[in-house]
Design a protein around this ligand. Structure first.
Ligand code: BGC
Length: 740
């Protein structure tokens, strides 16, 4: 086209307008669009329909829905279901909402997809042991794609509760005891489930839970009370939730526990002031299962009516299972105890997320694609890799491991050796035991055809019987090496599975002792979901591998590590105590006025045993060795808002390629509030060939150096800081710098 001068003028003018006043980005256009759609829909809704959006109801066994769900969706008075799943079933039910209800608002299908849907990945505590957030991001992404294929659009994960008490069974569901590591995994899991845009096919909405401080249950007893300073809440328990919010998480779940006298599901301080006020979260909060109703047992409310009032006014938008909002909403509104604005805001948040999910455009799932997306060879391969990366080598005297594939005979012993259930861990969604590769199967598939593998269970996981010991001892006697698989049953970890002992249950430790007494080299492999107390084993057997509950491919991954195809590089995300009496035992504690000193009485320790852990936070060995040296800081002093580069050399000084997790800790030596003896502020997992050296760098800034002072302000205070870099929280080299 030929441009006339007039046309050219118009073109140049238009171009400069576009350049000077760019049109709103497509993202902000979309956001305005969503808000407009939410408001238009809200304006059409009756009070009954509004309260209906605030209701989530449970499904039946096997993912079925009930006639009641159909009825409620037809009337437009149900917002969400949990546990209803399967492409055909979700489509059937969705058709009722979308085609038969007055306003055609789609149902939101939720489910606990915690560490896999059908292809089960290692438990979250195990994945945190990889110290590689990309492992968790990938597994969450695969879990999301499998869940999506079955019609699900929402998972109640990640669990980002900090847990310093291994008695608490739900320690298995999170990333362990540390806030910095936990925040990194929180971010990674949210990104894995949701991607950058959760309306994309294969992505699902995430839910950071359980907000908040649920992991601090007194005595490690599930659902128990928590009571802590605001400093501790803000510094230890809140940051992983904040990280999830910053990563764009669409929903949070309010917890079961009492927090400083106000239960978390009726707590306006955490749900409104912090979450919405300070963090600007604009998604919605779902209660935990019946947790609004449980405000009555807590004693925050005297009846259903008051419990609904407390939950709604605190900022719990959707009620899981209990129906107090629906039963009492109209009365509460009439009495002026809950405002129209509060109800509208709760509905608005839920609709906003439904629009962002693209649920109105794509309410259905492709039934034909369901099976081909699930338990694929690629997903299994990813689970195997994740499990291998999650294992932690706790002891390996004189290179006992790895074993040779051509070894002539092996005894595979113990109740966890061929148990297909335990590796699935708690919340194994639609994972099937029949898909699990047990350790025995993995080992048989790995060794040479000439290797004789004898299996003897020895004893059950629980119970007092030792009747299988003889067979196990004989098997060990006739083999070159004995591998003992011990740990916990699937039912011993997770929700409502707190333990008052951390010892190996039943007769497992006695079995290990009997096998060791044969004089055959004995290796302990742990399949468990929380730190165990295994002092005798640490003192006596030459090699111990923490394999955790490793998912569908656990057995193959265990064999990969035992036979050296994978060199273990995981590190503990949680301290292993020597006895349950030391609990809570965590690395980032305060120093006390009388820090423990050996052989001196009047300081902070026990008279009947060590104060030190069995294995410290961040600990883990490899089949090769690493040397960390030449710690350099970019400056001797920085300003409070300044940055400091920290670097070290890491060398693989051994004979095999392997992974090291380089860890950076700091200590603020003296401040207006006492500070932990060490705090993790950086980590990197790197792979090095034998002899190879790499310079690893970290940057410290105000985000790492500050804390909440007495006025609850986040500040970086002047003074001396120590920097520690090493291979665990205890094996470190150090230097100091000053903030001025
Ligand atoms: C658990 C939650 C879970 C919910 C739904 C509750 O008992 O505490 O973590 O998401 O059930 O299954």
């Amino acid at each position: 086209m030929k441009l006339t001068s007039a046309r050219l003028f118009v073109f140049v003018f238009a171009l400069s307008v576009v350049l000077l006043f760019p049109s709103p980005s497509s993202e902000s256009k979309q956001a305005t669009n969503v808000e407009a759609r939410v408001n238009a829909l809200l304006a059409k809704m009756t009070l009954e329909e509004k309260l209906g959006q605030l209701q989530q109801l449970d499904g039946e066994g096997e993912g079925n829905y009930r006639p009641e769900h159909v009825e409620l969706l037809k009337k437009g008075v149900l917002g969400s279901t949990l546990n209803v799943r399967g492409a055909k079933k979700t489509n059937e039910l969705q058709r009722v909402a979308v085609e038969q209800s007055r306003l055609k608002i789609p149902n939101l299908f939720g489910y606990d997809v915690i560490h896999g849907y059908r292809t089960i990945f290692p438990i979250p505590l195990a994945e945190a042991s990889s110290w590689d957030p990309s492992v968790a991001e990938r597994s969450a992404s695969i879990a999301a794609s499998e869940a999506y294929a079955t019609g699900l659009r929402w998972t109640f994960a990640p669990m980002v509760d900090i847990a310093r008490d291994p008695r608490w069974g739900r320690i298995t569901e999170g990333a362990g005891e540390d806030t910095f590591l936990g925040s990194a995994f929180a971010r990674a899991r949210v990104l894995g489930f949701q991607g950058r845009d959760y309306s994309a096919p294969g992505k699902i909405l995430a839910c950071a839970k359980h907000y908040v401080a649920y992991g601090a249950a007194e005595g490690g007893r599930d659902y128990n009370t928590t009571d802590m300073s605001e400093q501790r809440l803000r510094e230890v328990y809140l940051p992983p939730f904040h990280a999830a919010v910053d990563a764009g998480v669409g929903t949070l779940m309010s917890a079961f526990n009492d927090l400083n006298g106000v239960p978390a599901s009726g707590n306006p301080f955490t749900l409104t002031k912090i979450l919405r006020g300070e963090w600007k979260f604009d998604g919605f909060v779902v209660s935990d299962y019946n947790s609004v109703l449980e405000l009555i047992s807590h004693g925050l409310a005297g009846n259903n009516h008051d419990a609904a009032e407390a939950g709604l006014n605190a900022g719990v938008d959707m009620e899981m299972v209990s129906r107090l909002y629906n039963e009492n909403g109209a009365t509460l509104l009439k009495e002026g105890k809950v405002s129209q604005a509060t109800i509208d805001e709760a509905v608005r948040r839920i609709l906003r997320i439904k629009f962002r999910l693209g649920l109105f455009e794509h309410p259905y799932v492709d039934e034909a694609a369901e099976n081909s997306s699930i338990l694929t060879a690629a997903n299994r391969a990813a689970a195997r890799e994740a499990s291998g990366k999650s294992m932690v080598l706790l002891k390996n005297d004189r290179g006992t491991l790895p074993l040779n594939k051509t070894i002539s005979s092996l005894a595979v012993i113990g109740p966890l050796a061929d148990d297909p259930r335990a590796p699935m861990g708690f919340w194994s969604a639609d994972g099937k035991d029949t898909d699990t590769v047990t350790a025995l199967a993995g080992i048989r598939a790995k060794v040479s055809p000439q290797t004789k593998v004898t299996y003897a269970k020895g004893c059950d996981i629980t119970g007092d019987s030792t009747s299988g010991f003889d067979e196990a001892v004989n098997a060990a006697r006739q083999a070159d090496i004995a591998l003992v698989f011990a740990g916990e049953a699937k039912e011993m970890v997770g929700e409502a599975a707190s333990r008052s002992s951390l010892d190996l249950p039943g007769k497992q430790m006695d079995l290990l002792k009997a096998i060791h007494a044969t004089g055959k080299p004995t290796i302990l492999v742990l399949i468990n979901g929380r730190p165990p107390t295994i002092g005798w084993a640490v003192d006596n057997v030459p090699a111990i591998l923490e394999a955790w509950m490793g998912g569908t491919e656990a057995g193959n991954a265990i064999a990969d590590v035992l036979f050296g195809d994978v060199n273990p590089g995981g590190k503990l995300p949680v301290t292993f105590p020597r006895t349950v009496g030391q609990v809570p035992l965590y690395y980032n504690h305060m120093n006390t006025g009388r820090p423990p000193v050996a052989d001196v009485r009047w300081n902070s320790k026990y008279i009947d045993g060590p104060w030190t852990p069995q294995f410290p936070f961040g600990f883990g060995l490899s089949y090769t060795q690493f040397k960390i040296s030449d710690l350099q800081l970019s400056a001797p002093t920085i300003r409070p808002d300044g940055r400091l580069n920290v670097s070290v050399n890491v060398q693989n000084t051994g004979q095999r390629a392997g992974d090291e997790v380089v860890q950076l800790y700091i200590r603020d030596v003296a401040a207006s509030m006492t500070r932990p003896v060490k705090e993790l502020k950086g980590f990197k997992r790197i792979t090095l060939k034998p002899g190879e050296t790499q310079r690893v760098e970290f940057t410290l800034g105000p985000d790492h150096l500050g804390f909440y002072n007495r006025e609850m302000k986040y500040v970086v205070e002047p003074g001396e800081f120590k920097v520690f870099v090493g291979s665990s929280s205890e094996d470190v080299i150090e230097k100091s710098f000053v903030v001025r």
